[in-house]
Design a protein around this ligand. Structure first.
Ligand code: HGY
Ligand code: MN
Ligand code: MN
Length: 412
């Protein structure tokens, strides 16, 4: 079967999708349920309908675009990713999996292929943690990893609840109906940029993901006493930001102390209050991202960071409260998927390598309810979550070809 993606059409669609942004090009900022995110959702759904896919949206805004198979009574095969983007990101993270998945389906349609199993293209809500502090919100609910009750507790930095944001986005269904049964899908495959340098460094065009690292997020609230920057003498200060700074440095030391390259920890958010140059910070809030491919090592880092928070709080006489936002197990790819992917690469004569994903993805949660795997394509200099993120047309095309071939195998 000859699968020929329409590359120029796909590149134009990626270009148009990138224009829905709250940051000037080449940066992309598209925070979940912002006006730009809603416009982007409407745009991709229009493309899904134009491909004669049956559309459905669930209560948290996950969308499902289905190409009905000849046998509606067997579980479908699924693919997909996300269209939301962290602030000042690039244009390929997530979108290659959504629009590349659409083009894989269109290429199969054009080839005359008729799937026995339906093929469903998913767009997940809020893969990025930007607004509600937790990543993969849509796929967590869909896989039962996050309960509707816990989701309803989520608020954004303006104090707006998830439910309020859903209502404003025109989504008024019950979160209880989002959960999909285990084995709802026969298999799930996500196409994504690597967000790292390995494929480019090795000159290999396709990565077949074997495992996805175990992510965790902490929120640390620090309460000092604040006061006048001129009047309060140094010995009398309980400066919340300086405690936060020490904690951030401790986070770095903890990750380095494991001596494993797979241990990473990042203090990506630091908010200081009241944020006046002549006021001693009375409060600070940190958000810390901790990951490792090895669960036990990841949990050792979490404990060490908690211990450092406590010690620094005592030393600096500030109140430190550590909240665990999420601590997820790693995911293993399913042989059903990895074998379909390697067979596709061999049939297409495309070199591939097996590798771990250090970034998390919606696949991490789909793996809880269905055999799951991922295809990686290179990104220039391994850069992602930056405006200079770039995937070449040839690499995107190969990713779509491998995806289309694997979907066809799995949907037979
Ligand atoms: O943070 C991640 O790994 C993903 O890009 N959201
Ligand atoms: Mn991302
Ligand atoms: Mn992503």
């Amino acid at each position: 079967m000859q699968i020929t993606p329409d590359l120029s059409r796909l590149l134009n669609e990626l270009e148009t999708l990138a224009s829905f942004s709250d940051a000037p090009a080449p940066a992309v900022t598209r925070v979940v349920f912002s006006a730009q995110d809603l416009a982007a959702r409407a745009y991709v759904q229009k493309l899904f309908s134009a491909a004669a896919l049956e559309l459905r949206t669930d209560a948290v805004g996950n969308t499902f675009a289905r190409w009905a198979g000849t046998d509606p009574n067997v579980p479908a095969v699924a693919t997909g990713s996300h269209t939301d983007a962290v602030p000042h990101a690039g244009r390929y993270d997530g979108t290659v999996g959504v629009l590349g998945g659409l083009e894989a389906i269109r290429a199969l349609q054009r080839s005359g292929f008729r799937p026995r199993r339906s093929i469903e293209l998913l767009t997940f809500t809020s893969e990025e943690p930007t607004r509600f502090g937790i990543g993969c919100l849509g796929s967590r609910l869909l896989s039962g990893t996050l309960s509707p009750e816990s989701a309803r507790q989520l608020k954004d930095s303006d104090g707006k609840s998830l439910e309020e944001a859903l209502r404003q986005a025109g989504l008024d269904g019950s979160l209880e109906n989002v959960r999909l049964a285990n084995q709802f899908y026969h298999g799930f495959v996500e196409l994504h940029i690597e967000q790292g340098p390995l494929l480019e460094r090795k000159g290999i065009p396709i990565g077949i993901v074997t495992a996805i690292a175990a992510p965790a997020t902490l929120r640390v609230r620090i309460e000092g006493s604040g006061g006048h920057a001129g009047a309060v003498l140094m010995p009398d200060r309980r400066d919340a930001f300086l405690a936060a700074a020490e904690i951030a440095l401790a986070v770095e030391s903890v990750a380095k102390a494991t001596r494993s390259a797979d241990s990473v920890a990042t203090t990506g958010v630091c908010n200081v209050f009241p944020g006046a140059v002549n006021s001693i910070p009375s409060r600070a809030v940190l958000e810390i991202d901790v990951r490792d491919t090895d669960l036990a090592r990841r949990d050792v880092m979490l404990s060490a960071i908690r211990a450092a928070c406590e010690a620094i709080g005592v030393k600096r006489q500030v109140r430190v409260e550590v909240e665990l936002i999420n601590a997820d197990a790693p995911a293993q790819a399913s042989p059903l998927i990895t074998e379909a992917l390697s067979a596709s690469c061999q049939a297409l004569g495309i070199e591939f390598m097996s590798m771990v994903s250090r970034a998390y993805h919606d696949s991490l949660f789909l793996s809880r309810i269905a055999p799951t795997g991922m295809i990686f394509i290179p990104c220039r200099n391994g850069v992602s979550h930056r405006p200079d993120e770039y995937a070449s047309p040839e690499d995107i095309k190969r990713g779509v070809q491998v995806l289309a071939s694997a979907l066809a195998q799995l949907a037979q």
